[in-house]
Design a protein around this ligand. Structure first.
Ligand code: FES
Length: 105
């Protein structure tokens, strides 16, 4: 599993998603509830950036139709989205937020 630096921890404001591109993959970084999560930035229902949505209860809500995705699992909690979006492992090293978007282990 290869981790790459996504941003500085101090760049992430609580409950304010930040979109980054890692190896060509759009990723939304979310700092909430004392942790940092990385989730694929595109909604599974349509081509909409999740980082433009709101964060609440460890979920990120798609601003277009309101499906909320669990930041830990990527699963939608309600319609219209029915498919999960990928989530990625995160490591914090000092002020560096490291994310692995590769699938090999
Ligand atoms: S585009 Fe995200 S719920 Fe429809």
């Amino acid at each position: 599993m290869t981790f790459v630096r996504a941003c500085g921890l101090s760049e992430l404001e609580e409950d304010t998603p930040k979109r980054v591109e890692l190896d060509g993959t759009p990723v939304s970084l979310v700092r909430t509830e004392g942790e940092v999560f990385a989730i694929y930035d595109i909604c599974s229902h349509a081509n909409v950036s999740l980082s433009e949505g709101e964060v609440e209860d460890c979920q990120i809500e798609c601003w277009l139709h309101g499906s909320a995705f669990d930041l830990r699992t990527g699963k939608p909690s309600g319609l219209p989205a029915t498919r999960p979006v990928p989530v990625y492992p995160v490591k914090i090293e000092g002020d560096d937020v490291l994310v692995s978007v590769t699938q090999e282990s």
